[in-house]
Ligand binder design. Structure first.
Ligand SMILES: *[C@@H]1O[C@H](CO)[C@@H](O)[C@H](O)[C@H]1NC(C)=O
Ligand SMILES: *[C@@H]1O[C@H](CO)[C@@H](O)[C@H](O)[C@H]1NC(C)=O
Ligand SMILES: *[C@@H]1O[C@H](CO)[C@@H](O)[C@H](O)[C@H]1NC(C)=O
Ligand SMILES: *[C@@H]1O[C@H](CO)[C@@H](O)[C@H](O)[C@H]1NC(C)=O
Length: 237
């Protein structure tokens, strides 16, 4: 999902005394992880929607890497296999047009964002294998399955209940009691707690030199980093 407000702003990040220019044409989203087995796929997506999100869409390998690393930090109590619903599905009649595994992987799987699946190499061995019933096939991401493969995906019955991952685009407020984590493709080494704040581990930080003279005519968003956590966000024209 696109970063709404700060689109087309030039961003400057001060880190380790260096000026970093990061593009504000960035993709930034926040995510919440719902470790419950109360909801089927559609209900999971509905729950995300009531929070102004959707089930997660991983359009790029970078975003997939981020989600994969985040689920490594969780031991699901609701699902012993640590399989999480993601926002990927396909209509049954679409998938059944294809016979070979290669073709089924490339069939019209789509994300809740509307984009097509491009990370075809992340299927588990022999997946998808039509584990669905009813009219759709739905997909889960596995923490570590087969053993040693992290974040690989497989299709499951949409009427099974799994934990699930919601995604919120940059313009949305996310309920902090759900411990959201955020990710931007232009600052992927920094752990974010929202798309407008930058939270930097204290060890990384050295005191920054001074203030920035913004000589550009573009609106500038400045993340100025102080000694401990990072934090002020100011904006000037
Ligand atoms: C980040 O995502 C945006 C929007 O999809 C794209 O325009 C930009 O090129 C991406 N930047 C990087 C560094 O991948
Ligand atoms: C969802 O967005 C609407 C419209 O911006 C807003 O009124 C509502 O409070 C938001 N809901 C949540 C749970 O954030
Ligand atoms: C999850 O479980 C494993 C194995 O029991 C353990 O080593 C690990 O520390 C646990 N991780 C968390 C985040 O609780
Ligand atoms: C935040 O989420 C928690 C847990 O789902 C819920 O109890 C609480 O009402 C939510 N707060 C808001 C402001 O939506």
């Amino acid at each position: 999902m696109e970063m709404g407000l700060t689109r087309a702003l030039l961003c400057i990040l001060l880190l380790q005394g260096k000026l970093w220019l990061i593009s504000c044409l960035a993709h930034c989203s926040c995510y919440t992880f719902h470790d419950t087995n109360r909801n089927r796929w559609a209900e999971s997506n509905q729950d995300c929607e009531t929070r102004n999100g959707t089930l997660v869409s991983m359009e790029t390998e970078d975003e997939w890497n981020f989600i994969t690393s985040e689920i490594q930090k969780i031991n699901s109590t609701a699902n012993i296999n640590n399989d999480w619903f993601i926002g990927l599905s396909i209509a049954r009649k679409e998938l059944e047009k294809y016979n070979s595994l290669e073709d089924k992987r490339k069939a019209g799987w789509s994300w809740t964002s509307g984009q097509k699946l491009t990370i075809n190499s992340k299927w588990q061995r022999n997946e998808p294998n039509n584990r669905g019933r009813y009219d759709d096939y739905c997909v889960v991401i596995s923490k570590n399955w087969p053993k040693g493969k992290y974040g690989f995906i497989k299709d499951v019955n949409c009427f099974f209940q799994h934990p699930y991952i919601c995604e919120y685009d940059a313009g949305n407020k996310v309920n902090t009691s759900l411990n959201p984590v955020c990710w931007s493709n232009s600052s992927s080494k920094i752990r974010l707690t929202s798309c407008t704040e930058v939270n930097i581990p204290t060890t990384v930080i050295t005191t920054t030199t001074s203030k920035i003279d913004a000589t550009t005519t573009l609106p500038v968003q400045v993340y100025s980093i102080e000694r401990t956590t990072a934090i002020t966000t100011t904006q000037s024209k």
